[in-house]
Design a protein around this ligand. Structure first.
Ligand SMILES: [Zn+2]
Length: 98
């Protein structure tokens, strides 16, 4: 019975990450600073627990300024095999595979 505990820890970490992203989304229009803090915390939890960032959340934040990204403050442009996600808060562009 190997790996059971690790899976459990990662599962809990992922759950917390999702909750933090939800909070970040909630606060993104009301309190940008607080919203960013939730994202930072989620990223810290992910790296500390070696948990994978849930796929659907990878495009939900800016790697540079840690803003929560919605349709309002980001744009997604498809360029061939890649998509370019641009943060309108700081102008940072991130290339992502589709
Ligand atoms: Zn940004």
């Amino acid at each position: 019975m190997n790996g059971g505990r690790k899976d459990l820890v990662q599962g809990i970490a992922e759950e917390r990450i999702r909750i933090l992203f939800k909070l970040a989304e909630e606060f993104s229009s009301k309190n940008a600073e607080r919203s960013r803090q939730y994202i930072e915390l989620a990223l810290r939890i992910a790296s500390r627990n070696k948990a994978k960032m849930p796929k659907e959340l990878k495009a939900k934040y800016c790697k540079k300024c840690k803003s929560f990204l919605s349709e309002k403050n980001s744009s997604l442009e498809k360029k061939g095999e890649l998509a370019v996600l641009k943060c309108k808060e700081c102008g940072f562009e991130r290339k992502m595979g589709l």
